[in-house]
Design a protein around this ligand. Structure first.
Ligand code: ATP
Length: 249
């Protein structure tokens, strides 16, 4: 489909086309398209921009990743479709492992996703050899890699659902999320949630990593001062303010 760059929803339409193509190829699950729609709706309410609250959370996420001993970034179909290259670059900048973890599991889909991520360069992608089980989770997402999610201390879970965020918390991991819905269980369960669109959030996190890389004192201050619940309240207030300004009638 040809979309004119002048179209007011150009970016959204291009992304939808890409998601649809990757759904045909089996990388994005069909229900992933619905989850994307929920994200778009929240982005509308947020004003399609990074709010000050999101910027603050993105700084905290960068600080947590840099302070981690064994960080892991998990990638599902939607995160791969929207932001693969940025996530892989973030992982190498913070020394994080990358592991594919999917809700709609099949060995074929897992292989497709790992192979897709491998096309972006010389990155090691975990996921083919799922040799451990994350407890407290009923679905196939419990399958994980012993050298990845299972042994991680800090896990970044972009576009996740609440069950897995909770399961990771129960086993004592620090959980970092990117989720446009400040009310989702993932957002609330996590230690730091960037309520931002993933393609804006990840470049912001990378910038914060550059800024904080040589400043451990500042990183520790950011982490100890960060309160995820109050940050989520700020995001909810941004939505309220945005809606108040947008009064039509
Ligand atoms: P929970 O189980 O945490 O309450 P959920 O059931 O809504 O959440 P999913 O349906 O798996 O979880 O949806 C994934 C989440 O990802 C949604 O909250 C949605 O707002 C968010 N999301 C979708 N697309 C994007 C995007 N491009 N950037 C950031 N967040 C997104």
């Amino acid at each position: 489909m040809d979309v004119s760059p002048d179209h007011p929803r150009y970016k959204s339409l291009v992304i939808r086309e890409k998601m649809s193509e990757l759904s045909d190829k089996g990388i994005v699950a069909r229900t992933g398209l619905i989850a994307h729609g929920r994200g778009e709706a929240f982005d509308y309410l947020i004003g399609e921009k990074t709010t000050p609250a999101a910027k603050h959370a993105e700084e905290a996420i960068a600080a947590y990743l840099l302070e981690a001993q064994n960080p892991v970034i998990t990638i599902n179909g939607n995160a791969a479709a929207l932001c693969a290259e940025e996530l892989l670059n973030l992982a190498s900048e913070v020394g994080a492992k990358v592991e594919v973890n999917i809700f709609h599991w099949s060995s074929e889909r897992l292989e497709k996703l790992v192979s897709y991520l491998e096309t972006f360069g010389n990155f090691e992608i975990l996921g083919r050899n799922q040799n451990a089980i994350l407890e407290n989770i009923a679905s196939d997402r419990a399958r994980c890699c012993r050298e990845g999610i299972y042994s991680a201390d800090v896990v970044l879970i972009p576009l996740e659902d609440g069950d897995r965020a909770k399961a990771l918390k129960i086993v004592g991991k620090t959980v970092l999320a990117i989720d446009l819905n400040p009310l989702s269980r993932t957002s609330v369960e996590s230690d730091a949630t960037a309520v931002d669109e993933i393609t804006r959030a990840v470049p912001n996190i990378r910038q914060a990593v550059k800024d904080l890389k040589d400043d451990q004192k500042r990183r520790r201050e950011i982490i100890s001062a960060f309160d995820n619940r109050s940050n989520l309240n700020e995001s909810v207030n941004c939505i309220k303010d945005n809606l108040t300004q947008q009064q039509i009638f």
